[in-house]
Design a protein around this ligand. Sequence first.
Ligand code: SAM
Length: 242
Amino acid sequence: MAAGKNVERITDAIRTNTGFGWHEHDPALFEGTERFFRQGYLANLVSSWIPALDGVDAKLAAGAKVADVGCGHGASTLLLAESYPMSKITGFDYHDRSVDLARTRAAEAGLAARLSFEVAAAADFPGTEYDLVAVFDALHDMPDPLGAAQHIRQSLKPDGTFLLVEPYARDTVEDNLNPVGRQYYTASTVVCVAHSMTEEPRTALGAQAGETRLTELLHDAGFTRVRRAAETSFNLIIEARP
Ligand SMILES: C[S@@+](CC[C@H](N)C(=O)[O-])C[C@H]1O[C@@H](n2cnc3c(N)ncnc32)[C@H](O)[C@@H]1O
């Protein structure tokens, strides 16, 4: 695993409770994360996850305002731009190097005119009146996932949708002790929780938060209608509405 390239610094950060930021990792981690999650997005995002959301496919096809928050190298952002040419799509990430690479990926794919990427944190990305805000495998990494969800809630149109894609998990440790859950707990400890500990309030949700905890967080952020829209072996797909 790419995080192993910094094993001593990460071990020290865990021992001292100081955290280890996403941006401090070797770039191989960013590349590996993109390759790992991209397969699931390719197989499911446009064919089943978007259609599972109430009315979102039609809005995107007609031309919607969309934000992909914590977009990394833009694997999901590019897919949305490719599939919904009428929509205006912006990818945001706090990590400038990932944003640069996402822009390169967009240019390589000939999609640069259809979307944009900006450096911004989840708790204060710009724009209002979004039809759709999506977070793919990133909310649990954030030091303040509640603050991020509250900001997303405020940035949406009254009938907008928050698409939250998280690593698949059940609600208890015992129920996650399977090959996928064990892998996620490992990555979560050295990458996701370590990043979440870098800033207050250091929530450390972890990649195996589970549907109940995620639903509570979304209700606390002001969403009134929250439901599981879909799932795969690797992802939980949650729809949250204002
Ligand atoms: C596991 S990666 C997922 C990247 C991308 N969504 C994907 O699925 O390939 C988590 C991403 O969250 C970003 N991130 C972490 N904390 C953030 C924050 N507070 N605001 C915005 N992005 C953040 C990281 O920079 C990283 O790109």
